[in-house]
Write a protein that binds this ligand. Structure first.
Ligand code: DX5
Ligand code: ZN
Length: 223
């Protein structure tokens, strides 16, 4: 048996008209973290939500809120998301000129700081920020939309990031995001992931949210 695996439902695929119920259902089913996808229409070709919705989600759950910022110049909004109740803020290196400074800004507000790697971004982007990073989010699809398939080249990258974190930041989480379902979960866990973000595999599951979280957990345990 490997390391314990966290399940992080992404509300991107939730029914936003019933968001509070959908977050509570995930918490009741044993989710470990709620993943919130923030998109600005510039860094990625889609627009989603901002601090207002984070603060609404904060009010209905005690789970950590893992806010994935797919926005240009995230430093402009770190304070607002902290104020809204985020626990983890994850930024993309390409979105900021000063990655090190943003990570320090996030930690300075008492939050955990994450770095997200696009499928085409090398793990070398972490080289000089390992000590300032609490979470690495390996994008297993191109960010912007739910319901895509895992890009196979990322498995090798997950293993490389695992080795990097074991050497430089052993308590940091290694999260994977995109196309995670009961088929791909054991593959990414075997490669070294410890946190599974899943949107459509949980919120669009025929069997319902609780059964879907259970199926993911079971599948991850077979890695
Ligand atoms: C994609 C987002 C993901 C998304 C994953 O840009 O970062 O968090 O919700 O969705 P699924 O699990 O459906 O691939
Ligand atoms: Zn995400």
């Amino acid at each position: 048996m490997g390391r314990p695996v966290r399940i992080a439902p992404s509300i991107l695929s939730a029914d936003f008209a019933r968001l509070g119920d959908q977050v509570r259902a995930a918490e009741d089913a044993g989710a470990d973290v709620i993943h919130v996808d923030v998109m600005d229409g510039h860094f990625v070709p889609n627009i989603t939500i901002g601090p207002l919705v984070v603060s609404a989600v904060r009010a209905v759950t005690s789970l950590p809120l893992d806010v994935h910022l797919m926005i240009e110049q995230p430093e402009r909004f770190v304070a607002a998301f902290a104020e809204a109740g985020a626990d983890i803020l994850t930024v993309h290196p390409e979105a900021t000129v000063h990655l090190h400074r943003v990570l320090q800004q996030i930690r300075g507000l008492g939050l955990r700081a994450g770095v997200a790697l696009n499928p085409s971004t090398s793990e070398h982007a972490l080289a000089y920020v390992g000590a300032y990073t609490d979470l690495v989010l390996v994008m297993t699809v191109n960010p912007g939309f739910g319901g895509q398939r895992v890009i196979p080249e990322v498995f090798e990258k997950i293993a490389r990031v695992r080795a990097f974190l074991d050497a430089h930041s052993p308590s940091a989480w290694l999260s994977v995001d995109g196309g995670i379902d009961p088929q791909t979960a054991p593959q990414v866990v075997a490669a070294g992931a410890d946190t599974l973000v899943a949107g459509s595999a949980i919120y669009a599951a025929q069997a319902g949210i609780a059964a879907a979280i259970g199926a993911l957990r079971l599948a991850a345990a077979t890695a």
